[in-house]
Design a binder for this molecule. Structure first.
Ligand code: IPE
Ligand code: IPE
Ligand code: MG
Length: 256
């Protein structure tokens, strides 16, 4: 942490469909407005020196939506990547995508690879897009990789630690999310970063994603800075240590 601000913010951008419905517009109009809003929040994070912003764009369960909405979302994703990559690059943003991308149309897979390659060396904000991502998928893949090491005889199951599983997860090179935000009024995790959110501060707001502007974002940050993160310790212990708890060595933070 620096200036009491989060290093890593993870967001479920929910409420695009309802935003459109209220305006008697098709759902895709809400998704388009949602993409516009991503630009504003990315700019705000870069301005504040936040290191990581992870956005849930499409869950592994969103394939259950009507095929036309899924197709339009894929097209929008390709379009947004192609349109935004240059601007992101100029602003020093490094873009990464997490999730099972093999399921996407080839056109989208290429757009993702291109955007990642162009911005790979940037040292500003890291913008992570979770697409066809699911927390259960992430943990399952990690378990599969450890199992593979066991099969090859390079790992004894008795030696497996939480840290070893964590190393195999998406976002293993990022600090754990400090702040989670969900717009759109629902108070659930919807199979987002199940492992990584273990000690994240949660912020839920009724504001629909296209309306979640920098003012709303700043309100979430303000609420975050007022909280005491205890990581299992007592409030008194936290008050008597000079280092913020998030900077303590891992062995003081239990299993994470
Ligand atoms: C979130 O908005 C965007 C995606 C899941 C792609 P929704 O489309 O879920 O919006 P609501 O929840 O129907 O309002
Ligand atoms: C979660 O939103 C996924 C994204 C925002 C991409 P959903 O709208 O799909 O979540 P549920 O179905 O209401 O839990
Ligand atoms: Mg929704």
């Amino acid at each position: 942490m620096h200036n009491g601000l989060p290093r890593h913010v993870a967001i479920i951008m929910d409420g695009n469909g309802r935003w459109a419905h209220r305006r008697q517009l098709p759902r895709i109009a809400g998704h388009r407005a949602g993409v516009e809003n991503v630009r504003a929040i990315v700019a705000r994070c870069a301005e504040l020196g936040i290191e990581y912003l992870t956005l849930f764009a499409f869950s592994s369960e969103n394939w259950r939506r009507p095929p036309t909405e899924v197709r339009l979302l894929m097209d929008l994703f390709v379009h947004a990547l192609d349109q935004e990559v240059q601007r992101l690059h100029e602003n020093g943003v490094r873009l990464q995508v997490i999730g099972e991308r093999k399921a996407f149309p080839v056109k989208l897979q290429r757009a993702i690879a291109r955007a990642e390659a162009v911005t790979a060396e940037n040292t500003g904000l890291t913008l992570v897009i979770a697409a066809n991502y699911g927390g259960r998928w992430d943990i399952t893949e990690a378990a599969r990789r450890l199992a593979e090491q066991v099969r090859q005889g390079t790992l004894d199951p008795a030696d497996i630690t939480p840290e070893m599983l964590e190393e195999q997860l998406c976002l293993n090179d990022a600090p754990e999310p400090d702040l989670f935000i969900r717009s759109g009024g629902e108070q659930r995790i919807s199979n987002y970063l199940l492992w990584q959110l273990a000690y994240t501060e949660l912020h839920f707001t009724d504001c629909l994603w296209p309306d979640f502007d920098r003012h709303q974002f700043d309100l979430a940050l303000k609420s975050f800075t007022r909280r005491q993160r205890r990581f299992g310790m007592t409030g008194e212990q936290i008050e008597h240590i000079e280092q913020p708890a998030a900077d303590l060595p891992a062995e003081h933070l239990g299993t994470t």
